[in-house]
Design a protein around this ligand. Structure first.
Ligand code: SF4
Ligand code: SF4
Length: 76
């Protein structure tokens, strides 16, 4: 008997946000983000596109200074 399995990827209710005062613009979060949701802006700190971010937390774990946190979308 064959079973059909349907997997649905559901977007987390969290988004990553960057404390721009602590960001050192190293780019580690950009490398780690599989959704290409992070960029370095002209002010030389990382910014996350909340419309793309899926709240996986990979960027937060890669940040050497710990300045990325995940917050509930309603708090954005
Ligand atoms: S939480 Fe995930 S998707 Fe969002 S910016 Fe970080 S690495 Fe990218
Ligand atoms: S990994 Fe952290 S310090 Fe480096 S650019 Fe990203 S937010 Fe800034």
């Amino acid at each position: 008997m064959a079973f059909a399995m349907e997997v649905t990827l559901v977007k987390s209710k969290k988004n990553a946000i960057v404390d721009k005062k602590r960001c050192v613009a190293c780019g580690e979060c950009i490398i780690s983000c599989r959704k290409n949701a992070v960029s370095i802006n002209a002010g030389c700190f990382a910014v996350v596109d909340a419309n793309i971010c899926v709240g996986c937390g990979l960027c937060s774990r890669s940040c050497p200074v710990g300045c990325i946190t995940l917050i509930e979308q309603e708090e954005v």
